[in-house]
Write a protein that binds this ligand. Structure first.
Ligand SMILES: Nc1ncnc2c1ncn2[C@@H]1O[C@H](COP(=O)(O)OP(=O)(O)OP(=O)(O)O)[C@@H](O)[C@H]1O
Ligand SMILES: [Mg+2]
Length: 355
């Protein structure tokens, strides 16, 4: 006989979205959050049959591994900058818009910032204008394109067209691709294009320069605001387009793009520590452990910071695994002992050893 947790698991498989196609993006934008179920105490857990207990544990591991998005100050700041740049998006279609570049080290929440912004914008636009354009096309206010390694100009255009589900994405010639793309963006009235993992483009070689020029051309051609995200883009010369120093002043990208850095959490100031604790409380409140609570992670704040160097990706890894250990060992709470048993990502581990 099936139980509530098995039913819950069937509803909420973990692989819910593929964001690179409009269908997947649409599902991401419109998905309702997972329904919450009650956290059982030890007595209730002891009353479960073997299968029920296995299903309950599996369900809460899925739940625990999907932490809520917290409105951190990094996220709020980035949102406010994107909002500001989007203010120029109200310019008429023939005038140039600015772009935003979310530029930070790995695992600091760049993709989360960009996709959450895109989702909120998409929803607001659909609420206001409906889901079809006046000409009867599907209204797609946001397009999301993650870049792959070694991308070429043709590959970029193909990816964009694939997002729109355009049948010619695989067959059209290089020149034709670009014009099909402009048509698709204009007929679907896309207003925001998010290009993620831009660090895969090497701006110092020919392919990269071509891609960069093309992005500039698209920004000229399309009534769209671009949000780019990537690792160390300033160092990778995205802003000066790989030009030598004396030519760099000519780089148009630098004039058109607004850079948004994302910093790790620092606990060296009181305000920083308060922000870190607020994050740990938000995550602590979410986790389903019989002896867990909102305050569970607070006494561990220093140690967790040492282990993760204040990086949110390492923190989410640490918590996933700490919950796993807490459940399997029967500790049912994240404690010093539990943390000591957890290994996280390589960079996090190395960082902790250095401290
Ligand atoms: N504001 C947030 N609230 C909760 N979790 C977050 C937040 N920001 C990021 N995360 C989590 O941290 C992890 C890394 O985030 P994300 O993938 O957005 O980082 P990234 O900077 O794009 O990483 P990469 O450099 O690997 O592309 C993810 O598991 C994500 O869910
Ligand atoms: Mg990312």
């Amino acid at each position: 006989m099936s139980n509530v947790w098995a039913a819950w698991l069937r509803r909420y498989d973990t692989d819910r979205f593929t964001l690179t196609r409009k269908q997947g993006w649409d599902r991401f934008v419109n998905a309702a959050p997972r329904d919450e179920f009650d956290t059982l105490n030890r007595r209730q857990m002891a009353g479960l049959g073997e299968d029920e207990r296995a299903d309950y544990d599996e369900a809460r591991m899925v739940w625990n591994a999907n932490l809520p998005t917290v409105r951190t100050s990094q996220l709020e700041h980035a949102n406010s900058v994107i909002d500001m740049v989007m203010a120029s998006a109200r310019r008429d279609g023939d005038k140039l818009r600015g772009s935003v570049v979310i530029d930070a080290e790995p695992g600091l929440g760049k993709t989360t910032i960009a996709t959450r912004y895109g989702r909120a914008f998409h929803r607001a636009q659909h609420r206001r204008y409906g889901t079809e354009t006046p000409e009867g096309h599907q209204f797609l206010p946001v397009a999301f394109i993650p870049i792959a390694a070694q991308i070429t100009l043709k590959g970029l255009n193909q990816r964009l067209l694939r997002f729109y589900g355009h049948p010619a994405a695989e067959t059209a010639t290089k020149d034709r691709l670009a014009s099909l793309l402009v048509d698709a963006v204009i007929s679907c009235q896309t207003r925001l294009i998010i290009v993620d993992d831009l660090h895969f483009v090497d701006f110092t070689n020919r392919n990269g320069t071509e891609v960069s020029n093309h992005l500039k051309w698209l920004a000229n051609e399309l009534p769209v605001t671009f949000v780019f995200a990537g690792v160390n883009l300033e160092e990778k010369r995205f802003f000066d387009e790989g030009l030598a120093a004396e030519e760099a002043v000519l780089a148009q990208t630098a004039r058109r793009a607004t850079r948004v850095p994302v910093a790790p959490f620092s606990i060296s100031s009181n305000a920083g520590m308060a922000a870190w604790m607020a994050l740990l409380r938000a995550f602590g409140a979410h986790l389903k452990l019989a002896d867990g609570d909102t305050e569970m992670l607070v006494p561990l704040a220093q140690e967790i910071h040492r282990r993760t160097q204040g990086r949110i990706a390492s923190l989410t890894n640490l918590l996933d695994r700490a919950c796993y250990v807490a459940i399997k060992s029967g500790t049912e709470r994240v404690t010093d002992d539990v943390l000591a048993k957890v290994r996280i990502d390589n960079a996090g581990e190395n960082g902790a050893r250095r401290l």
